[in-house]
Design a protein around this ligand. Sequence first.
Ligand code: AMP
Length: 380
Amino acid sequence: MIPPGKTIGVLGGGQLGRMFSHAATRLGYRVHVYEPAAKCPAGEVSAREVNAPYTDTETLSAFVAGCDVVTYEFENIPVEPLWKIEKLVQLHPHWSVLETAQNRLREKNWLRKNEFPHVPFAEVEIDGDLAAAIRKIGLPCVVKTADFGYDGKGQLKVTDEPSLAKAVSAFQGQRAVVEKFIDFKCECSVIVARSSTGEVKSFPVAENIHTKHILDFTIVPARIAPETQAAARELAEAIAARVELVGLLAVELFVQDDGKLLVNEMAPRPHNSGHWTQDGCVTSQFEQHVRAVCGLPLGDVSLTAPASVMVNILGDAWKWDGDTLVGDPDWAAILGTPGAHLHLYGKAEPRRARKMGHFNLTGPDANATLESARALKARL
Ligand code: AMP
């Protein structure tokens, strides 16, 4: 066990690291942040910030020498430097979980090999025949780059011959995955924590609504049958056990009309769809992450309100005249609403589609709270 008072190192300095740092410092830990870009959101609220590339193993080794345990908040960290630092300090989750999750092909092959339900897919090598893979899966399908994709970046839906030709020219010379297009009932996610002692707890299932491939709303409780919710949590817990997770893992799922679940993606870190826990759950996902990597007892995952909705605040919420920024969102709308909680990430410059913050709204039931959250978002 790494008790309060010790130092936790975080690789990655974005908003997830910032909120992790808030939770860790509240429990009495010191947080050191390692992030390539200066003046990062996490560094601003932590005891120490080191800016250097992840591949600078000398600086990274010196950084971890000052930490009692190290975790990460960013998925696209190269794993090679982690091989060296795992010999110097406790690193959670293990780098192999990150390696599997950061590449769609490795992730899907891992799901297939371990017999977890997943979207049917075909693999395309760098010099492979993408058109043949598309024909094998059938239309409609989704073509995705194998590496470093998130928020819908690096993917194209193929519905007909013209879009097939477009995909072939866009993905020429890249490793890719072709997935069957799933006409799902809804998208859900489960965040599961497993501690170094082997204790496992999953948060209640969250329902996610995306707009332009970016998470827009998270709704809890998810509006799916209780037995589907139980199955989703069981599935996430089984995956966490199989990878011998220490830390947090988010499992994104497609829910089909018959209640069948398919795993879309996994991320071994706090997740945007878990932000509701800050105001709607006894323990937040960030505190749970701290507890898991430090070997503390995991926290209670009971709801503190009948329903919660999280709304992402993108740079689009600022007032723009063409490309010129002319004003801030109306923060008073959120701050003056009972049950609403504002979380901003301290990013200097709003940009369209950039995640700047979020708000959580608690309420009497999922539908009514979602309706109120939509109205509040419109007032921003
Ligand atoms: P991803 O980057 O893989 O998480 O994809 C982003 C979003 O695109 C998902 O949250 C879905 O809304 C949608 N999407 C991705 N893959 C598929 C698929 N195979 N079928 C239907 N929708 C998909």
